[in-house]
Design a protein. Sequence first.
Length: 243
Amino acid sequence: MLTLRKITLLLAFTLFGQRAIATETEVLFDTQRSRHIPVTITPIDSKCTAQKKCPVVFIGAGYGMAHTDYQFAQQVFHQHGYLTVEVAHELNGDPSLNPEPPYMTTRMENWHRGVETLVFLVNELKGRYPAYDFNQLTLFGHSNGGDIAALYAAIYPAKVSKVITLDHRRMLIPRNKNIAVLTLRGSDYPADDNVLLTQQELALYPVTQVTMAGSRHNDMYDGGPKVLVERMRKELDAFLSRY
């Protein structure tokens, strides 16, 4: 049986209109894996219904980052009518991220653990939030969080509508005409072979690859340079307006 331990209920304010938003910060417990999963969930104040469902996004952090370090993105998603679920994938006691290549092999255990967490959250939350669409997810992730998002889309392509990554570098971007992708690329580290699409592939799939000139991989979060954070915010806003 799945259980839930609720920690607190916060009032947050968006950057858009300064409205109060009920934000639930909780730890969910996956009994099958004996795993606690910290999440921050922000529903939207709208006319979402079981007949006309609003979209859902799962937000995953880069390795070593906090799952709440991407408020610039959370606020853009919220403005576009998304229920946002910020997920802590890495817990104390988890094995360290393997530093040895080939990463598609050595890091697969970590990514699969993240995918299993997302599957658990879908099953746990869809009953609690029936006015939101958990069958056509948007997945957002920075670095290793983006690798997890890309793997989920590879395993469950029919359950994903969009993937947005901030400089993930290991897992292949989905090549799927039904999944819109935005990947914002840092300029200090290259992606592994075949992660990004070729020009020929970009003509076939709804994938947008944007290199952020002068940006650093580790700066692509709320604490990065303001110019970079604002550029990422604008790119995300434009993408969600288009798809």
